[in-house]
Write a protein that binds this ligand. Structure first.
Ligand code: SPM
Length: 341
């Protein structure tokens, strides 16, 4: 990890709020950080309630989920974004990019297992898989549960995310230990453009939100490159935001995907308590070719394949939740389903 890019101490304890601040409730006094001889306000940590991380973003105005911070473990500025890891009181270690929670040890399974097994259990014998983003390695961990897979390429733009995950989230970054994995550090958009047509059985886009380095991963030209990189009847699964917060973004993604992917186009969702609104969705599409029925998995994960000692057992995914993930509340159905098939 690049030492020069570390802007905060890598091992500092956040002190509990002073008594008078606790009594007053809300305070704008900055937080004291142990190991520092002057008061400082670490990046990404809210000043509103000392000792708490609040996820404040223009992407979800008027609301902010908060987690109590036990200890800040890492803060750094990469070439692309602010990277932070902290120990929370209730969700284990937390990875934050540009002030937005990417994963916590406690609930990461609900995201990583679903973004991988929804597409890979929907096709027979996936062999070549590309992951765009997903630098923490959790998606790799899940892809590697599939014994039919022979090649796993990952293109992550930010090496600091990979390094920090290997250091602080070994049970997530364990995905990198699979010999089928090849890591490419670079721009996913450029990587996809250079991929020969029809290369992959599945592409998984594990991006952050569309403000910042991941913006292009939500745009039409990117989806066109994904479709080109897939074989006929190949599948893509992309992070597709929350039905509670981002219906307008989802509507655009669905509209673009409907124009580009001539097979199936479906929206699914899962619960992740530490993401804003507590839910996050996935766009699942297939290219023209052998039909794919995402709602009825044809390739269940073999219990023996999926439970190596290092990966641990599946915690969230099963065949029932696979099918249930495509059931939408009426308000979302009205917007999404006329545009999918
Ligand atoms: N491998 C885990 C990386 C997580 N990628 C998705 C992060 C999304 C964070 N924001 C959620 C906002 C929901 N509207």
């Amino acid at each position: 990890m690049a030492e020069e890019s570390v802007v905060g101490s890598t091992d500092v304890h956040v002190k509990r709020p002073r008594e008078e601040e606790e009594e007053n409730g809300v305070s704008s006094v900055s937080m004291e950080v142990e190991g520092s001889n002057k008061e400082q306000q670490p990046d990404c940590i809210s000043a509103v309630i000392p000792g708490w991380f609040s996820e404040i973003s223009p992407m979800w105005p008027g609301e902010a989920h908060s987690l109590k911070v036990e200890k800040i473990l890492f803060q750094g500025n990469s070439e692309y974004q602010k990277v932070m890891v902290f120990q929370s009181s209730t969700y284990g270690k937390v990875l934050v990019l540009d002030g937005v929670i990417q994963l916590t040890e406690r609930d990461e399974c609900a995201y990583q297992e679903m973004i991988v097994h929804l597409p890979l259990c929907s096709i027979s014998n996936p062999k070549k898989v590309l992951v765009i983003g997903g630098g923490d390695g959790g998606v790799l961990r899940e892809v590697s549960r599939h014994s039919s897979v022979e090649q796993i390429d990952i293109c992550e733009i930010d090496k600091m995310v990979v390094d920090v995950s290997k250091q602080f989230f070994p049970a997530v970054a364990v995905g990198y230990e699979d010999p089928r994995v090849t890591l490419h550090i670079g721009d996913g958009v450029a990587f996809l453009k250079a991929v020969p047509e029809g290369t992959y059985d599945a592409v998984i886009v594990d991006s952050s939100d569309p403000i910042g380095p991941a913006q292009e991963l939500f745009e039409k030209p990117f989806f066109e490159s994904v479709a080109r990189a897939l074989r006929p009847g190949g599948v893509v699964c992309t992070q597709a935001e929350s039905i509670w917060l981002h219906m307008h973004i989802i509507e655009d993604i669905v509209k673009n995907c409907r124009q580009i992917f001539k097979g199936s186009v479906n929206y699914a969702w899962t619960t992740v308590p530490t993401y804003p609104s507590g839910v996050i969705g996935f766009m699942l599409c297939s290219t023209e070719g052998p039909p794919v029925d995402f709602k009825h998995p044809v390739n269940p994960i073999d219990a023996n394949d999926s439970q190596s000692k290092s990966k641990g057992p599946l915690k969230f995914y099963n065949s029932e939740i696979h099918t249930a993930a495509f059931c939408l509340p009426s308000f979302a159905k009205k917007v999404i389903e006329p545009k999918t098939k």
